[in-house]
Write a protein that binds this ligand. Structure first.
Ligand code: DHB
Length: 310
């Protein structure tokens, strides 16, 4: 079985979408509800709707995807209405509402609204959007992250996790884990895109996307080693009550297996879900199930976090 549990909530499958990809509209979210994904996460919301950055704002390359969307989203009310209606229709099913206010005040205002609502699901608080000009990623500022979580947990009563940017230095893993361990987080989701890469078109001698002079976040196959390192390093450092959700470079059942070995309790699929649509969840479930069968594992807990060193 691919079932998993986070903060006492049961999920029939450990596979779900990653925030941002095919989850902006009701139609997108309905497709996820109908799919074999174990849960869905909504496009990161801001208090008011946003149209995002100018196009072209997305591109692909042989080993990945590339974007600077700039938080186009339909606003918190749209997503909160959606998840509340879904909880009425499917009581007991937990999903993820992603928030990405561009200021602490915006995040706190949205969390007050959610705290005061009937919502029972998870919030994934995004501290790692790299694509809004003039707004650095909170997750790279350890003191700002601590202050954010202090202000959040001062009043917020429902299960909440954070979406983190990738870290690249062992001292940074120590520093972020020390901050996160001070708070009653339900989970961390790692990694967001590898921020501010640059793709070059040799024929036109130009950048390939319009926002930010061509700089954008990288996802897909090429970020898997960074994702695995972040899943592993955080799993090793975080209080065991904080689940790790792995995201980055999951295109196959083998990639999913690697994330779980590194410590992931749930897996989010972004780039490949963009390419393949909801069929990706069945395909990867089958591929992961086949690997587990061959190895004699009956649940993901049999090997989660058990990566061996040499
Ligand atoms: C966007 C990109 C991100 O990586 C993120 O976490 C939030 C928003 C975006 O460009 O829309």
């Amino acid at each position: 079985s691919l079932a998993t549990e986070i903060a006492g909530r049961y999920f029939a499958s450990c596979l779900m979408n990653a925030a941002g990809i095919r989850c902006q509209s009701r139609r997108d979210l309905d497709a996820l509800v109908q799919s074999s994904a174990g849960a869905y996460v909504t496009k990161s919301a801001t208090p008011a709707p946003r149209s995002g950055n100018p196009a072209p704002r997305m591109a692909t390359f042989p080993n990945g995807s590339f974007n600077s969307m700039g938080l186009p989203n339909n606003g918190l009310a749209y997503y909160l209405d959606y998840v509340l209606a879904d909880e009425q229709k499917r009581p007991g099913k937990t999903n993820f509402l992603s928030l990405a206010g561009t200021s602490l005040a915006d995040n706190l205002a949205m969390l007050h609204q959610i705290n005061d609502s009937a919502y029972t699901g998870f919030v994934e608080l995004n501290l790692s959007c790299p694509n809004v000009p003039g707004h650095p990623q909170t997750g790279y500022d350890f003191e700002a992250t601590r202050q954010t979580l202090e202000a959040v947990f001062d009043f917020y009563q429902k299960p909440l996790g954070v979406k983190l940017p990738p870290y690249f230095d062992l001292a940074h893993f120590d520093a972020i884990a020390a901050v996160l361990n001070q708070f009653p987080l339900s989970f961390v989701t790692t990694i967001n895109s590898v921020g501010n890469g640059l793709l070059v078109n040799v024929e036109t001698e130009t950048v390939v996307i319009k926002p930010k002079g061509g700089f954008g976040g990288i996802g897909g196959a090429s970020v898997k080693p960074t994702a695995l390192a972040n899943v592993r390093a955080l799993s090793q450092r975080l209080n065991p009550a904080i689940a790790v959700i792995g995201v980055g470079g999951i295109m196959s059942g083998k990639d999913a297996f690697e994330h779980i070995l590194c410590g992931a309790s749930m897996l989010q699929i972004g780039t490949q879900f963009g390419y393949e649509g909801v069929a990706v969840f069945e395909r990867i479930a089958k591929e992961l199930g086949d690997i587990m069968l061959l190895k004699g594992y009956s649940s993901i807990d049999d090997f989660r976090g058990k990566l061996k060193t040499l």
